[in-house]
Design a protein around this ligand. Structure first.
Ligand code: NAP
Ligand code: F7E
Length: 334
């Protein structure tokens, strides 16, 4: 092979969950880096490529479902990826209380399905598992780092602990390059509408435009370490470029309450959240995670990663995006 041909050979990445928030940002980033991006999508009755519409032409899609072992094996066989990013999951904590078995199958056991596909097809494939700060749950220490014990507080958190440990186990048992990113909450204008940050940014924008008057939320005192999804997908990629696989906490190191999020979001639009936010117990959880705040010093030291977006920048970015979205819809109707 000549040097020119070598230079033309781009790495291939397979992303599960490409239609989700993180999948869309990671796909953008990997395409920018020159990767061939393969996106695994599951069958649905309507196409839901909204978040990746702008890059759809650059992605190759492969059909597959986390619940179906053969489809995962076929996806890996067909595309021989250098890197697999497992971002797909039943990711909503509230739903995991109502659908604990589905959450276990999807968010926990499927990690083994993918690892087995890699182990059998090509064990040199590098693997990223989307672990979560929800694993810390009822926190044993503040802030949380890679050595903090897990105490999950939801079927989702329990499922993520399984996914995390099976990744560690396959790394140690079969020498796979399998890394786990323990990511704290990360948000963006592409966040699903049911998550609290987007619910607030969308709700505040709807109220500002006169479409609604009230926003019903649950526990306003819960505290989270919220960062920007665009910053966090870079850390995923950095982990897979390391010589050795490992686990990393990715976060901002700052924590804010749901109430503070409301204050900044409504305040950005010249509104007072106290006049519009009402508390509805139906949004409370059977068991709550009261406080999360992480320590990203290992990622800073080993990966040279750090968050770039502040809390205020994140909130205002989301509110501005929802104002533009709703304003555009209203103008389309006029
Ligand atoms: P998301 O927006 O909810 O996206 C989830 C993705 O998983 C979607 O593409 C969804 O496909 C796909 N999916 C669900 N069930 C599937 C199945 N049975 N087969 C194949 N695909 C399936 O989640 P996200 O916020 O991007 O999060 C990405 C990952 O990071 C998830 O594993 C999540 O649990 C984890 N995580 C997220 C955060 C956070 O704050 N965002 C923090 C820590 C960890 P459809 O579009 O077809 O539904
Ligand atoms: O809730 C409180 C709620 O649903 C945040 C997922 O990406 O991050 C996410 O999980 C907090 C909780 O995210 C409402 O009780 C109050 O304390 O936005 P959330 P989450 O549960 O932290 C982790 C790291 C993940 O891995 C998950 O995949 O906000 N809260 N009122 C509310 N939450 C919602 N959804 N809706 C409310 O009305």
């Amino acid at each position: 092979m000549t040097t020119d041909e070598e230079e033309l050979e781009m790495p291939t990445a397979l992303i599960t969950g490409i239609t989700g928030q993180d999948g869309s940002y990671l796909a953008e980033s990997l395409l920018d880096k020159g990767y061939d991006v393969i996106g695994m999508v599951r069958r649905s009755s309507t196409v839901n490529y909204e978040r990746i519409a702008h890059i759809q032409g650059a992605i190759q899609f492969v059909n597959g479902d986390l619940l179906d072992q053969m489809s995962l094996i076929d996806a890996v066989k067909q595309h021989s990826p250098d890197e697999v990013y497992n971002l797909a999951a039943q990711s909503f904590v509230q739903t995991s209380f109502g659908q604990p078995v589905l959450t276990g199958e999807t968010t926990a056991l499927s990690v083994t399905r993918i690892l087995d596909a890699i182990r059998n097809v090509d064990p040199s494939t590098r693997f990223y598992q989307a672990s979560s700060s929800e694993m810390f749950g009822k926190v044993a220490e503040v802030p949380q780092n890679e050595n903090t014990p897990f105490y999950p507080r939801s079927p989702y958190g329990v499922a993520k602990v399984y996914g995390h440990w099976i990744t560690v186990n396959y790394r140690e048992s079969y020498n796979l390059h399998a890394s786990s990113g323990i990511l704290f909450n990360h948000e963006s204008p592409r966040r699903g509408l049911e998550f609290v940050t987007r619910k607030i940014s969308y709700g505040a924008a709807s109220i500002k435009l006169g479409l609604e008057d009230k926003l019903a939320l649950g526990n306003l005192d819960a505290k989270r370490d919220w960062g920007f999804a665009g910053d966090y997908v870079e850390a995923m990629w950095m982990m897979l470029q390391e010589d050795s696989p490992d686990d990393y906490v990715i976060c901002t190191g700052m924590t804010h309450s749901v109430r503070e999020f409301c204050d900044v979001a409504f305040g950005h639009l010249g509104l007072s959240y106290e006049e519009h936010v009402v508390v509805d117990e139906k949004f409370f959880r059977p068991a709550e995670v009261d406080l999360l705040v992480g320590d990203y010093s290992k990622a800073a030291k080993k990966l040279q990663w750090k968050p770039r977006t502040t809390f205020e920048e994140l909130v205002t970015m989301m509110v501005d995006a929802d104002m533009a979205l709703l304003d555009g819809r209203l103008k389309g109707l006029a």
